[in-house]
Design a protein around this ligand. Sequence first.
Ligand code: FAD
Ligand code: FES
Length: 263
Amino acid sequence: MSDFISSTNKIEDFMCLVTGSEKLSGRMGWLTVSCRDLAEKIFPGACVMVFPSDSNDPLLGRPFAVADVDIEKGELSVCYMVLGRGTEMMMQLIAGKEVRLRGPFGVPLLPVDGKVNIAAGGVGIATFLYFAKKYPEKTANIYLGVPGKGYEKFVDRILELVPEVHIFTDDGSFGEGNSMFKVLPKNMDENERVWSSGPPGFINALRKHYADEKDKLYFALDKRMACGYGGCMGCVVKTNNGPKRLCVDQLLFRADEVADDEN
Ligand SMILES: Cc1cc2nc3c(=O)[nH]c(=O)nc-3n(C[C@H](O)[C@H](O)[C@H](O)COP(=O)(O)OP(=O)(O)OC[C@H]3O[C@@H](n4cnc5c(N)ncnc54)[C@H](O)[C@@H]3O)c2cc1C
Ligand code: FES
C-alpha cells in the first residue's frame, strides 16, 4: 500500500469556539476549539487554516497540522510555534472567543504494510500524533527532539496523548539523552520506514543519517500556503515524478524522490 494518496476532501470554513488556549513554552502554544462538524471530518495527516483575527488582517489563514481530535467532545487541537504576526495573534486567543478555521485539507496518512517509525523535531510531531493515537498497532517507535529546559510542558502534553514517545533534549536536561541519532533504526527491513517532520536542519541531518537507505526515509515538507485547496500553486514541491502540491497531492516525500535542497 502507498504511504500517501491524493486528497479529495471538501474544504469549508467553520466558525469554532475556543475552548482552550495554552502557552506550553515561551514559543509554543496549544489551541483547542469546539466544532463537531469539523472534528468529525479530521483524518490523520489533516491540516486546517487558522484565521487568527476576526477582521481581514491578516488576510491569509495560517496552516497547521491537527494535533489531536476528541470526537466525543467535538473538539480539535493544533500545536503551534510562534514565528510571526499570525501565530502571535493565536497566542492571544482566549477560551470563549470564536475563531475561523478552514479545512480539512492535506493528504491522509494511511496505515501501511509493516510499522512506521516516527522522528520529529519540536512542533513537527503534530503531523503524526493523530496517526499514532489512531493506529498504535502500525506505529513502531516515536522519537521526539526538543531544545530542553523550558519545554517540559510541551513534552508533557505530547506524552499525555501518546505516552510511548521517546524524548531527546539538545541540552540533555531531561529525556533519554541528547540525540535521537544514536538510537534511530538503521538497516531497516523491507517494510520498515521512518516518517519525519521538523525544521530544515533536522531534516538535513536525517537525510545524511539515511544516505544509504534513502528509500526508507519520508518527510513532511513545510511551504508557505495561501489557498489550501490546490488553486494557487504556492505549495509546489519538485519531485522526480513531477511537481506536487503539498495541500492536495502529497504530504510525505521519500528522500530519494526530491532534490537535496527541498527540506
Ligand atoms: C502543511 C503545513 C502544516 C503546518 N503545521 C504546523 C504545525 O502543526 N505547527 C506549527 O507550529 N507550524 C506549522 N506549520 C507552519 C506554520 O504554518 C507557520 O509557522 C505559520 O504560518 C507562521 O505564521 P505567522 O503569521 O506567525 O508567521 P509569518 O509572519 O507569516 O512569518 C514569520 C516567519 O515565519 C516564516 N514562515 C511562515 N510560514 C512558514 C512556513 N509554512 N514554514 C516555515 N516558515 C514559515 C516566515 O518566512 C517568516 O520568517 C505548518 C505549515 C504547513 C505548510
Ligand atoms: S496552498 Fe494553494 S495550491 Fe497548495
